[in-house]
Design a protein around this ligand. Structure first.
Ligand code: F3S
Length: 337
């Protein structure tokens, strides 16, 4: 906070359109979330400093769904690991895994160092992944990402055997690999835009089966009865919110349920009536934040249920949570009357 306020007071201004990672709370409804006031006060100071520097207070890890969509081969400097993975792999833009300060430096200077994943020769695959597992739900992609990230570490995987995947499933896959490992780029045969340029012959290879995914769901589920269900890691697309709304239509929740997203996507969900449907069931669409970066342990939750491999990986360490990691339909069945 002091670092950012110092920059802002000295007149630092970004040279290009710059979006912001999630905050620790819904900036407009932090009281409704149960956020402690001293935490909120500091978050608002941080937001103000960013605003003064000319940064868009997008507060999302899916900027590409909220108005900041780079083009294929565009050079960018991003610092949120799931967004980095998505932009490199699914869009084909180019970024290294920047830290917050180095991405801010790039925004202020208007340049970023030309090394690593900005260069063609460093975007080649280093590990072949044969997918033999059935992938049906977005959570299956998160579980797959968790398994592969553990083995790939910071290498570039090349997936064979994924027959189909929509952009939400690819974002779940990349987010989990960037969390259990440090994967910044992956290729999926027949699906991602640079895969056809790559040669995966002769690479070290691994296979992932249904049993590997089942083992991952069990291993990451350290709790049984959730205090809350939190969806939207990475931040939900409009389609994901629509899916949740449809599953909750006419039902009542026995436990709190949050769907995390960006303010921009929430506006669209409001307009479509999805937010209202979720609220009628007793849930919330929470903007600007998520289960990992908000202080959910201070709100009093001890066991959180998620459908995200990334969140399941991070919640025990970052937020002292027991975790229930499962597919969306199972989670909703568990907490509705
Ligand atoms: Fe985004 Fe929070 Fe997950 S920042 S990727 S929703 S941990």
């Amino acid at each position: 906070m002091e670092f950012l306020e110092d920059y802002a007071e000295k007149g630092a201004k970004v040279k290009m359109v710059t979006f912001l990672n999630p905050a620790g709370m819904d900036i407009e409804d932090w009281k409704g979330m149960g956020i402690p006031p001293d935490f909120a006060e500091k978050q608002l100071r941080v937001m103000n400093a960013f605003r003064k520097m000319g940064i868009v207070i997008s507060a999302t890890c899916t900027p590409y769904l909220a108005g900041n969509l780079p083009r294929f081969r565009e050079h960018i400097a991003w610092s949120e690991s799931s967004a980095i993975s998505f932009s490199n792999s699914v869009i084909g833009a180019r970024t290294n895994r920047e830290g917050g300060p180095s991405a801010l430096a790039a925004a202020l200077c208007g340049v970023t160092p030309d090394y690593g994943l900005h260069l063609d020769e460093n975007r080649k695959p280093q590990l072949l992944v044969n997918v033999e597992a059935r992938l049906e739900d977005n959570a299956d992609f998160g579980a797959l990402g968790y398994v592969v990230g553990k083995q790939a570490k910071n290498r570039i995987p090349y997936f064979k055997g994924i027959k189909d995947a929509d952009s939400d499933q690819l974002k779940a896959l990349g987010a989990a690999m960037a969390a259990s490992g440090a994967v910044a780029l992956y290729h999926v045969e027949g699906i991602t835009p640079e895969a056809h340029l790559m040669n995966a012959e002769g690479l070290e290879s691994i296979s992932v089966t249904d049993k590997d995914l089942d083992d991952t769901f069990s291993k990451l589920s350290t709790g049984k009865e959730p205090d809350i269900v939190i969806l939207g890691c990475p931040h939900s697309s409009l389609k994901e919110i629509m899916t949740v709304a449809r599953k909750l239509e006419g039902k009542k929740l026995k436990k709190p349920l949050w769907v995390c997203t960006s303010r921009m996507v929430k506006e669209a969900a409001n307009r479509m009536g999805f937010t209202q449907t979720i609220e009628n069931a007793g849930g919330k669409v929470v903007a600007d934040t998520c289960m990992v970066v908000s202080p959910i342990e201070e709100i009093g939750f001890k066991t959180t249920a998620v459908n995200s491999g990334k969140a399941a990986n991070y919640l025990p360490g970052f937020c002292k949570q027991n975790v229930v990691f499962s597919r969306l339909t199972t989670l909703i069945e568990q907490v509705t009357e």
